[in-house]
Ligand binder design. Sequence first.
Ligand SMILES: [Zn+2]
Length: 636
Amino acid sequence: MIRTKLAILFVFLLVATGGFAQSLKPLKGISIMLDPGHGGADPGAVGPTGLKESAVNLRVARYLRDLLRADGAEVSMTRASDDFIALGERVAMATKQVPDLFVSIHHNASLKPRKTNRSEIYYNAIDRGISQKVGNSMVSELAAMGFGEESIIVPAGFFVLRNNPSPSVLTEGGYITIPKIEQSLQTGKALTNQAQALRMAIRESFKDGVLRVKFIVAEDPVKINTSFFNLIFSSNREIEKVNARIIPERASGFGFDRLPSIGNTYRLYNTDPLASGNYELQLTFSSSDGNTSARTILRLQVNLPVANSILTSVAPFIPEGFKGRFPVRITLRDDMKRLNRQPLPITLVYGTNSTNREVTNDTGETTLHLDLNGDEKGSFNVKLLIEGIEYAETNLPVRAPTSRFVLGRVIDASGKGIKNAKISYGADDKTISGTDGYFHLDYPMIYGNMKLSITPPLGYEKTDYWIRTSGEPVTFPIITLKQVAAGLMGKRIAIMAPLSFDNLIRRLVKPLMGAGAEIVRLNFPESQSRPEYQSVLEANLAQNLDVLLSFKREIGGIISVRHYHRGGRGKLLADALKFSMASENPPIIINTEAGSDYEISHTGVTSVVIAFPEQMPPDYPEKLVAHLAQVLKTGF
Ligand SMILES: [Zn+2]
């Protein structure tokens, strides 16, 4: 506690003396990392006479570094010479240092010939605080310096922005591919002017200093064993507002209050309880003088004690003489009745001194096995212990079956149990496979063989399985289900389309979901201007997307399928679709090409744009969607 007080006092002193030299060194105490794009083997865009973007980026960055240092900032660079540095390394440097601002410096290329120049500033789409403020300021300073009046600021998901712990922007200071601009970028004047514009924008954005917030936590992640947290943070300014978001996203409320008598120290708490699990808390703070902090990310691990545990048998009794592994289901819940998502070591005690130590899995539902000798009789007692304490108990009867006893399991090709498969048999009997794919059913002895019709959950093929007996009353069938399309199982596919495409999109969604893919729909009304901004923002917020498919309508031409200009998976998908469409009789010819659509370069995932012309045979969209589903299923 004493230590905390001292630390805060220290912050106070710094702030108090900081104002002293403000006018001479406006960026004193502010750390900035400059990131000249490309370098070494990667020249980036190349101008018509061969000027390399990587060289221009580096020169601007060096000028800017010197200007910012003159303003008192602490400046570092991801590269200071013509070297190749991978994007991951650049982000790693930012992650290590966590500067107050990260500026990636680039120059643009246009796939289509363009005459007018403009600069483009991209800011980290998930950070509406400092990143956006710096971006806005850069756009106006660059325009004032003559770098294109129609310059724009755009929320984006470039790798170096998306994965950056610091407020971050990426500047495209004009089109190197326009001959006139290439020529001007060869002279020092245009480069120093650009650096000067960026410097003025940074100065403007940080003129009130930085709002810094620090959490006082002992560990990362922060571990709590109740549903509510209380986190202490201190700040160099008075905090007026806290913006909090919790991931995985859920309805949640937060509050904060000031701790009395120790400077700007606060307590942040949640008002809606959290279940056991891992969370990320994303926070931005606003101070009463109108300043905004950088995004603060805190990892939380909630471990609620198990309050409720259930031990059930998959089958209602143990068949007499059963020898081997007999499954029992274990369900662990916390006192909020939610499944316990943390693996726990448990012990099963059963029969005569038999124990079985195992660890439950992270779903809260696990199937464990009793090793039976075949000599169990009457009522068989099973106890579930967690850390030596008894949590549940059940008595399983042991008896001779009077009907055919089927203890089966539905698995996938890798041997993993499939839950929720519906198993129908006889006239209208059915059962459902549970945790780890186990199920039990019985049917009269007078029937020898029995057909089981398996209706699996999404992603697997429907199948029939025959139980064939040669008189034995107990059988243990293991039924392997085939995946509809292995490549699509568990894949997350985002589909972006205007609302008027709804019927068409449904035709695509159905087979993809049937193959086990998860679909993220990003619909928008046709009337919305630049709807792709919002959709791309959502795509960047949706985690772990594998593919983004964007549908749109265009004025003329033939169906165009566009992908990222460097090829990759998007190009493979486009080419496979073109090939597939050409197999129609008569062949349907579509165009595949590199595209400059906003969504292609601003999401971190493989993105493909499918653009339909206004005039085309009416069945083309439907046919395309059928081929697309097929191409995605077979892998690309
Ligand atoms: Zn570039």
